[in-house]
Design a protein around this ligand. Structure first.
Ligand code: ATP
Length: 234
């Protein structure tokens, strides 16, 4: 579904990605793990068109989307759930979710998807009329996830969905991401909590200073001595 080859990205003089190649097959949950600043978020931003790569290529379902416009990438079926929530603070919960379905023309299914989001996150249903900026951090995270789902994406890019959440909510959020994948979406997940990500995913890529240095099944990486020492506390 997604094929990235030799991706290179820079922010002015700062080289963030030197060579990232990865594959995501339809229906899979793929995790990207690595230290702070390794280039995980930049990889997601390059896919969704927010950062224009300097080299390499990105193909989605056979179509070249390297340097494509973010609106085009969304219209092709890729939703990006960015780090740090980024909900529209003065709009209600329901309005934020409606923004997620803005490009869709299939109203009947939009209703179904809204019901599904509210069933994943009953707290959002209770607070549908409340301004998003007044929700707790965890609730805003749920809203950002729900809004991404409202575009009925084929591929969802999640950037650190568990950041800043209480441990019980982290577990619940990651379980919902697994359910989203089991319901038919394909997921690329950036997650600081390497152990949780490796347990959850079908396969994972380890990125270090802008390069993919290892990839394999989650269970293989959990047993890998380098991964254990550097990311799982030995
Ligand atoms: P984290 O887990 O800390 O978010 P990450 O693996 O997602 O890290 P990126 O955010 O992709 O890492 O950053 C990769 C590199 O690019 C880092 O060295 C970072 O400082 C740099 N970088 C990221 N965004 C910018 C920017 N807007 N301007 C300049 N440099 C940037």
């Amino acid at each position: 579904m997604l094929e990235i080859r030799d991706l290179e990205c820079a922010y002015g003089p700062v080289v963030a990605l030197k060579s990232v190649s990865l594959d995501v097959a339809e229906g899979q949950l793929i995790a990207l793990i690595g230290a702070n600043g390794a280039g995980k978020s930049t990889t997601l931003r390059a896919i969704s068109g927010l950062v224009k790569p300097r080299g390499g290529s990105i193909r989605f379902r056979g179509e070249d989307i390297t340097r494509a416009d973010p609106a085009k990438v969304l219209a092709l079926g890729i939703a990006h759930c960015p780090e740090g929530r980024r909900v529209f603070p003065y709009m209600s919960v329901a309005e934020n979710l409606a923004m997620g379905s803005y490009l869709r023309r299939d109203g009947v299914h939009v209703r179904e998807d809204l019901d599904r989001v509210y069933s994943h996150f009953p707290r959002l249903a209770e607070r549908r009329g409340q301004a998003a900026g007044t929700l707790s951090g965890g609730e805003q995270q749920m809203l950002a996830i729900g809004r991404a789902l409202m575009s009925r994406p084929k591929l969802v890019l999640f950037d650190e969905p568990s950041l800043g959440l209480a441990p019980t909510i982290v577990e619940q959020t990651l379980k919902i991401i697994r359910t989203i994948c089991d319901d038919g979406a394909t997921v690329l997940l950036v997650e600081q909590n390497a152990f949780a990500a490796l347990e959850l995913c079908d396969a994972a890529y380890l990125i270090e200073t802008g390069r993919v240095v290892k990839h394999g099944k989650g269970s293989e990486l959990i047993d890998d001595p380098h991964v254990r020492a550097a990311y799982l506390g030995g």
